[in-house]
Design a protein around this ligand. Structure first.
Ligand code: SF4
Length: 191
């Protein structure tokens, strides 16, 4: 069965036609990736420098596993850290080579929702929140609530993505016309 990376779900949520163009017609996006989840050398370097003890103090971590590649029937991804918290729940933590801009970007939140599902399925523990660390803002730690609604929306999205891919279905355009202005598929898409 096909499983999706968080970045693919983020693209689907931006516009379902991304899924169609990219995975049914197999037309790659241009090199400009608007939703690419930041990865790379800088993050790696920052991670080496991080103070490993500060997490335990700040959020009451009892155990943690780093760089966990997790998957289930419909999702997969690599979680920077899986944390066990004092109340027995678990939480994903993701490092961002980014500045904190006083709000949580939807793409970052969606990524944590995906990780929450993967952790629940792998460890059989509840996940009610996740954490982001903004390495360019002196490792600012931000807590992100994760409720059932957020998780079921991800599950629903993967089901709809499968319908597009397996059923060769051309989906409706995004309701947000402004998104078409910057879209890499705008020249081939009949909006
Ligand atoms: S041009 Fe608009 S409708 Fe078409 S794929 Fe891009 S965002 Fe979606």
């Amino acid at each position: 069965m096909q499983s999706f990376y968080p970045s693919q779900i983020i693209e689907y949520l931006y516009c379902p036609r991304y899924t169609y163009f990219e995975y049914v017609l197999r037309i790659p996006q241009n090199e400009v990736k608007y939703f690419k989840v930041e990865r790379g050398r800088e993050i790696h370097d920052e991670k080496l420098e991080r103070n490993k003890e500060y997490l335990r103090k700040k959020i009451g971590v009892t155990r943690k596993w780093t760089d966990m590649y997790l998957g289930n029937d419909y999702l997969r991804g690599k979680v920077d850290e899986v944390l066990e918290l004092e109340d027995g729940s678990y939480a994903p933590l993701d490092y961002k080579f980014a500045l904190w801009k006083d709000r949580i970007f939807e793409t970052y939140a969606q990524q944590l929702y995906c990780y929450a599902i993967l952790i629940e399925d792998t460890y059989n523990k509840p996940v009610n929140k996740g954490f982001l660390v903004y390495t360019r803002s002196r490792n600012k730690l931000v807590e992100v609530p994760i409720d059932e609604n957020a998780k079921s929306k991800v599950r629903q999205s993967t089901g709809e993505m499968l319908k597009i891919i397996d059923g060769n279905k051309f989906p409706k355009a995004t309701k947000f016309k402004k998104r078409c202005l910057n879209c890499t598929y705008r020249n081939i898409c009949t909006k």
